[in-house]
Design a protein around this ligand. Sequence first.
Ligand code: 0A1
Ligand code: ZN
Length: 859
Amino acid sequence: MSNKTPVTAKRRLDYQPPAYQIHDIELSFNLDDEVTKVKSLLHVFKQGDHDQPLKLDGENLTLIEVKLNGKSLQQYELTDEALTLSNLPDECFIEIYTEIDPASNKTLEGLYKASGSYCTQCEAEGFRKITYFLDRPDVLSKYTVTIYADKKRYPYLLSNGNKIDSGDLEDGKHWVKWQDPFFKPCYLFALVAGDFDKLTQSFTTSSGRKVALELYVDKGMAHRGEHALASLKKAMKWDEVVFDLEYDLDIYMVVAVDFFNMGAMENKGLNVFNSKYVLADSQTATDEDYFNIESVIAHEYFHNWTGNRVTCRDWFQLSLKEGLTVFRDQQFSADMGSPVVNRIKNVKVIREHQFAEDASAMAHPIRPDEVIEMNNFYTVTVYDKGAEVIRMLHTLLTPAGFKRGIDLYFKRHDGQAVTCDDFVNAMQDANSINLDQFKVWYEQSGTPELTVEQDFAADTGTLTLTIQQHTPVTLDQSQKKPLYIPVRVEYLANDGSSTTDIIHLTQSQQKLVRDGFDVEPTVALLGDFSAPVKVIRTLSAESLLTIALHSNDGFSRWDAAQTIYSQFIHSLTPNGSTLAITQETITALLDGLLESAMEDQALLAEMITLPSVETLVQQVPKYYVESLHSAREKLERIIISHAQPMFEKQYHGLAFTNYDYTPSQTATRKLRNQLLMYIASTEQGEELVTQQFMQSDNMTDTLGALKAAQHAKCKCFDKLMSQFEETWRADPIVLDKWFALHASRQSEDILSRLDLLMGHQQFNHENPNRVRSVIGSFAFFNSTGFHAKDGSGYRYIGQYLQKLDKINPQVASRIVTPLTQWQKLDEERIVKMKAELVRLLDNKDLSNDVYEKVSKSLG
Ligand code: 0A1
Ligand code: ZN
């Protein structure tokens, strides 16, 4: 079907240890706009007795010369992908001279030049675009790096480790030499050269070592770097307190860049960040931005141990470092703010995106078995489901047992490149528990479903729960095994008292019997979302209300409210619902919530927020686009007509205070803006929205007003948006919010609006943040526009991706995701979506990235 030259997938089980190791590498870079020269000196050791050649990966490189032990080498094999040297002695020095062109590298992988600075991104396999090397994570080397560049334009020349020397040259150039004392895989190499504002602070570790913290940002942006630096210090402290993990170098640098494919990258001692995850002040950043910065800063910092000190043996093991590090950053965020609101945030990601991935042709286990393009596997499954798997270990072993496992893991594997099995084995051996069945979570894709039946024998006071577990087949696997699943259970009695328990499910069907109840308790299952599964269960509206209003587990309360909303919505669509949720259930829930004077404003805000369309889609077999949207809107109208006076009263009772990023202020703003979402579509809406917009002293309330106006289709929306654009026209990070609001707006002429947005002077097809805020927002979050019945939304995205794929395949491949998730749609839409996928596949220069996802999706 495809015109593309065939590509082959790599398989996990084909792993072979490297035939050579490279113990030391000396790199030197001569950065120049015309041509950048890279010299690499490798100290190579043959592994074992064999006569295999040394095959060094390399892509888009111009080879100038190769020397073996100081002598020019003429005999080698060179292809587009590798430089192969044969008949090597057991130990040797190889010198390689190459030339590259960072200014024309728009893929933002390897060494690239953007906004006047040089920058690298090597994970997963970008180092091969810099020089010939064994570009795999199990080759660990010590790096010495010298950078030469024009001193005026590039006053800062940075790389990993410690600065050991520097000097000036006559031609206006200067040089800096760096040495990293730790062995590392090449994906953790980094180089940055440019002119920045620099913020410096320090952190003294628990053992008394002083670490210099340096943050590099665009000129004029220093005042927006304080929150990131404060977050870094909190993360450093937290890791010492919770895991006894201390930072190991004398310097920790973070550089913020505008052109970056992902959030950030944990290069040893030199993190590179997408500037949107660094820069913040109250005027330009929302509470959510503040939160994300703290969490991403922590995530990259935590990688220093989980990822860098102990790394992955091969890329199939990616969840070894990512699942564990996401779990660590989630625990950190929970400790910095509200545990329950954080848990809800994590669960939304799983239900909206990970369940969708499992239901699509891209379904894969957290440790995938087959990969064409590794960059496609930086997924919600590997990251977020991976974190859920680690969390289940934490639950099963208790925090103390988990800590024992972590200690053993570092004791055994510090300085090594290891597998997910090594991690689970350390957990197992430190706790004398058999985790063989638990390992199935690593090999099995798909979302398990728990079907639960409850029975109560009033005469004996015995409660019986019968739980069946079943993982529906996925496109990548036709056989599924039973998993080891911890299920947190709460038994709620009528008098408000409750007890909890953790059930260890291991069989396809299990009966759990518990005695001693005078009356049948209300049973809340999956407290704190103890496993990444779906629960199928017939609960009465009354039981759901009891859980929503009285459970001791904040997550269970929220979850029960979500079930009430979802099932009411589904009951209005052809999918239907088996639960008897009526309008009265909804109003009883709202009355209960709003009259109970709930102290936790953030939880209240979450509990009055309806499930997203994306979440709703994952709960039912079919996505009836029009019917689902109108059912959701109908519920919104019911809520407003019932609760409007209470919402307004609450809204006016919340004080506007001078902005500070604190948990209590954040909770108030969250509630305020959720209330405004509802109020916006009432008579007072226009006025209140405009008033909040005008009076706001911070971006959270400003954006809250705009979002409410967009959602309620307020007349004032366009005017407020123009005003916003006028204020922030010169600030692309802020303007991204404006782009995203426009692109996710429901409107008949959305496609011509997208054209206009892309004509804006701040829009740039080469900048992933801009592309994501316009095209990504439309494809992922404008479900009515994207799923327009005539297929125009699909067409638009398909055509755009054709172009984007030639500039930046990684970003194109991320944005193609919604186009591949056609499985639950109606026949007409499926045909139209597939037609776009076929058109994409027809392109003979299609990147491997997009090819892999599109071809899988077409089956
Ligand atoms: N390891 C980083 C994420 C990352 C992955 C790939 C990248 O380029 C393809 C860039 C960053 C993290 O988990 O934060
Ligand atoms: Zn990570």
